[in-house]
Write a protein that binds this ligand. Sequence first.
Ligand code: BDR
Ligand code: CA
Length: 353
Amino acid sequence: EIDCWLDCDPGHDDSLAILLASHCKKIKLIGISTVGGNQTIEKTTRNALISMNLYGLIRTKPTNLDNDLDINFDEELKYSNCLTHGGLEFPLVQGSSRPLLRPAVNCQEIHGDSGLNTHVKIELPKIPDYAINYVENLNAKSAHFTRVMYDAIRVNSKPVTVIATGPLTNIALLLINFPDISKNIEKIVMMGGAMGIGNTGPVAEFNIQVDPESAHYVFESDIPIYMVPLEVTHLALVTPQVIESIRSLSTNLSFILVELLLYFQSTYKTLFFMDYPPLHDPCAVAYIIDPTLFEHRLMRVDVEIHSHLSYGQTVCDFYNMSNKKKNVHVCMKMDVERFWNLLIEAIKSANEV
Ligand code: BDR
Ligand code: CA
C-alpha cells in the first residue's frame, strides 16, 4: 500500500480522482485537502464532501440505533461523539481560497456553477450533519490548514505520496510554512502542465496557469515530481463505450457518474469542439497505482511566471539545452485501455460499499 494525501479542486474529474484513489487496493488515502480552482474554495470543499459521501467514505449511523426507545435521546449527537474525523475515513481540510499572488480564477464554463453540475437534477445521498460539522469546525479551529496537512503527513508511519489535481497553492504553502516536511514526502504526482498546446492559454494548462508562482516554487523544491500533462490526459477520452460500461453497472452510483460525465462532455464540446472530454485528474492517480501504464522522462521543467503571453507555461527542456538540473519526470504516454480498466474496477468496488 502507498500512503497518499490528495489535494484537489472538485470538479468532475477531481471527483473521479477521489473515487479511484479511495477504491483501489494500492493506495491508502490519509487525507484530502481542497483548493480554490475549478470553483470557489467553499464549493470545492462541499464537492469533496459530496464525493466522499457518494463513494461510501463517511460512516453512517448503524440502523440498530434507530430502535432506541428513549425519545429524549439524541441518537445522532451520541453517535457522532464516538466518531473520529466526524465519521470521515480520513481528514478533509479546506485549503487556500486563492492563488499565492494572483486573484482567484474559476472554471465555471466546464464544471458549472456548483463545480459538479449535471443537466438533470439528481438526488444525492444526504450527508450526515456530524460530517458537515466536523469539516466546518476543523476549518474554524485550525490555526492554518497547512498545520493539519503537516501533522498528518509528519506522524504517518511511512513517507507520503502527495497527489495534486488542482492548482499547486496548498502544496507551495505547506512547503513554505513547514520546509522540514519535504523529508516526509516521497514524491508529488500532479496533473497539470503541457509540453506543447495549453487549454486555458495557447501554451498554458489551467492548474498551472491559475497559480504559476506556486507551481514554480514546488518545481524548485527538490522533491521528486511526476507531472501528468495534457498530452497524456487527452488520451483518456470519455467515449460512448466508456459511458456505456459505467451505465451498465446499473447502480445508483453509476447513474450519477454517467450524468456527471454527460455534463462534462457537453461543456467540453461547447468550449473545445471536442466530441469526448479528457478525464484528466484520475490519470495522475493511475500513475501511482500502476506506473507501468506510463512512459516518462526526467527533464528540466521551468514554469513561466513573467510573460503576459505565456505565464503558466511549463517549459519542458526535452533536449536539456539549458543544462540545468533535471527536476520533473514528465509522463509522455499511457496505456489507455488499462487506465479505463482501473477506473471501472474502482467504480465497481465503490458500488459494493
Ligand atoms: C485540469 O483543470 C481542471 O479543470 C481539471 O479538473 C483538471 O485538473 C485540466 O487542465
Ligand atoms: Ca482538477
